[in-house]
Design a binder for this molecule. Structure first.
Ligand code: HEC
Ligand code: HEC
Ligand code: HEC
Ligand code: HEC
Ligand code: HEC
Ligand code: HEC
Length: 423
């Protein structure tokens, strides 16, 4: 890039010199070559028409208009510029983790900008013979998953690696908490994912304590798409692939732009008209209806066991939340009313430092009498219950309602239901 700018400055300067001291005309020069030399690496085209295929005003305007329809463009708010959010919710944070091979950025980025053209785009090289599209992307390397700072990388395919860097299970969200006496301590309970281990016992006890969370966050599309990182029961087999497994994210999310429905292309919204060519009709709604029904069936079973509790808002929206079996310090909650105080809550009250402008995490433990005794389970959970609760969250947060892998999604939910019914 620098050398290109330098080259342009130099030739402008040289042109100025030549016109300024014009002399008598010299002898005719040799004929140039036929120009093919300049086409190396540009798929046999000259640089001018090759570059202009992308770099033309109409194309740039079209891409920009489409991109303005995307949630990437309008979605991100400043609340997500903090240390544990910025890597996926700001352009600056993404660039920092990608260029420095990190999981979290070094600090909050108060002025971080939204995801924009430059988040995803940079020229790695101009020898386009290899893979034109990958050459204009910032990140096409295999991805190290964030949820447990896993240093093993997975190659999802060049362009999928770009999406997967952000569209994956979130991971850590805070490192400190303040105890009831005001002392700041290291927080090692978040996140709390029940991934499968060798020799796993679904019937083993596990405490689900106040302050723990198995929330995967809204971005685990890559995980479901590849059928990974859910809770799988011992001795069960799961199918990880489905009809569209060989497709890339962009095959559906950047398909043909439709100006009428404003979908496809850089809007990143699926142009569903492009699906009907093969499908003839709507394949998405039936899948989503089936998965949604299974998801609710599972949540109801968990509610009956007092792993979850159910609430209905005044607007009629039903929600399920996990009910901790133990308090923050690991003491079992009783199922009847007592006057004993428990560490019942961990309030997150971050503040902004007036001197640095950075967010100071503040997770404070509350000691109180337990009012939720009627919805407590009164025993540790079983791993199989934790796994079922986690699978519910995994499918719910994923947002596609199973469309990204109907086969695996259905197996996850059905096998969770079956385990609960027989244990
Ligand atoms: C496949 C499409 C594509 C082709 C072909 C292509 N570019 Fe690009 N180029 C891009 C994209 C996308 C960007 C990033 C846009 C941005 O920086 O906002 C970019 C950025 C640039 C930039 C940096 C602009 C800036 O403001 O930082 C330069 C310079 C550039 N291209 C020159 C070229 C040249 C010279 C060629 C031909 C040898 C070329 N490009 C071919 C897509 C392409
Ligand atoms: C820098 C991180 C990052 C990258 C890279 C990224 N995304 Fe996203 N994506 C997000 C975030 C964050 C949101 C949610 C935006 C919000 O609400 O602030 C999102 C939202 C979306 C949505 C929802 C769009 C809508 O309008 O409802 C789709 C679809 C999507 N991304 C697809 C993709 C695809 C496909 C790729 C790869 C070509 C990709 N994303 C690359 C972070 C990223
Ligand atoms: C590993 C990447 C990643 C990290 C880290 C991450 N997010 Fe997200 N987040 C996403 C993606 C991807 C979506 C997009 C889901 C969609 O809308 O399609 C999202 C969606 C959201 C949404 C809902 C979408 C909306 O626009 O309302 C909220 C709220 C949110 N994130 C907050 C946070 C906060 C707060 C943090 C830090 C504690 C955080 N996220 C950290 C990837 C991430
Ligand atoms: C979320 C990541 C992402 C963002 C943000 C993004 N692009 Fe792209 N862009 C891609 C991907 C992926 C491709 C490759 C598409 C393909 O292979 O069909 C692409 C391809 C392109 C191309 C070459 C293909 C063509 O049809 O000309 C241009 C030019 C381009 N983008 C411009 C832009 C501009 C301008 C912006 C900002 C308004 C932008 N992009 C924002 C991911 C992104
Ligand atoms: C077979 C086509 C297909 C493929 C491949 C695909 N998606 Fe999707 N995706 C969909 C459909 C359909 C939806 C449902 C939303 C809708 O109805 O538009 C969806 C939903 C989403 C959403 C949630 C949008 C929202 O409502 O906020 C995100 C984010 C997303 N996809 C990202 C990805 C990523 C990342 C990949 C690659 C790992 C991917 N998708 C692969 C078809 C696809
Ligand atoms: C090249 C042909 C083709 C295109 C284009 C195509 N699909 Fe498919 N899709 C199939 C085939 C074949 C199946 C498996 C047989 C079936 O269920 O009809 C399938 C199955 C599916 C399923 C699972 C259906 C079920 O009942 O389990 C979903 C979801 C899906 N496709 C979504 C999409 C979306 C979204 C698009 C558009 C972005 C799309 N497909 C475009 C060929 C295609």
């Amino acid at each position: 890039m620098k050398s290109l700018i330098r080259l342009l400055t130099l030739s402008a300067f040289a042109a100025f010199m030549f016109t300024a001291c014009e002399g008598p005309m010299g002898p005719a020069g040799k004929d140039g070559t036929n120009g093919t030399n300049g086409k190396d690496g540009l798929n046999g085209q000259d640089a001018n028409s090759f570059c202009v295929k992308c770099h033309n005003t109409a194309n740039w305007a079209a891409k920009t208009d489409q991109y303005h329809l995307s949630k990437h463009f309008y979605g991100t708010s400043s609340a997500r510029n903090t240390k544990y959010c910025a890597r996926c919710h700001t352009s600056d944070g993404f660039t920092e983790v990608v260029t420095q091979g990190k999981f979290v950025v070094s600090n909050d980025i108060p002025n971080g900008v939204r995801i924009n053209c430059k988040t995803c785009h940079a020229h790695s090289a101009f020898d386009f013979a290899e893979d034109t599209m990958a050459q204009i992307l910032t990140q096409t390397e295999p991805v190290a998953l964030n949820y447990n700072n896993n240093t093993t990388t997975t190659d999802y395919g060049k362009i999928n690696n770009l999406c997967a860097t952000c569209h994956q299970i979130r991971g850590v969200t805070s490192v400190n908490w303040t105890d009831s006496l005001g002392a700041i301590k290291t927080f090692n309970q978040l996140p709390f994912f029940p991934f499968n281990k060798a020799g796993q016992d679904d019937k083993a006890d596990v405490k689900y304590q106040v302050g723990q969370s198995f929330a995967v966050h809204d971005g685990n599309q890559t995980n479901l798409f590849t059928g990974t990182n859910a809770y799988e029961y011992a001795g069960q087999t799961y199918t990880r692939t489905w009809k569209h497994s060989a497709n890339d994210c962009i095959d559906c999310h950047m398909n043909q732009y439709n100006a009428t429905t404003k979908t496809g292309g850089h809007s990143l919204i699926v142009n569903k008209d492009a699906c009907t060519a093969c499908h003839g009709g709507d394949k998405i709604t039936p899948v989503q209806a089936l998965i949604d029904a299974k998801r609710i069936e599972l949540a109801e079973l968990l509610t009956t066991r007092k792993v979850f509790k159910k609430a209905t808002s005044t607007a009629g929206v039903v929600s399920y939340t996990a009910v901790p079996s133990h308090d923050f310090y690991g003491t079992l909650f009783p199922t009847t009313e007592t006057t004993t105080k428990f560490a019942t809550a961990l309030a997150s009250n971050p503040t902004v430092s007036p001197t640095t402008g950075l967010v100071v995490p503040g997770n404070k433990v509350t000691m109180a009498v337990d009012k939720d005794f009627a919805t407590r389970i009164g025993r540790p959970w079983k791993y199989g219950e934790l796994g079922a609760a986690y699978n519910y969250a995994y499918i719910t947060s994923e947002l596609s309602l199973g469309v990204h892998n109907p086969v695996y999604a259905l197996q996850l939910l059905q096998k969770s239901i079956d385990w609960l019914k027989s244990n």
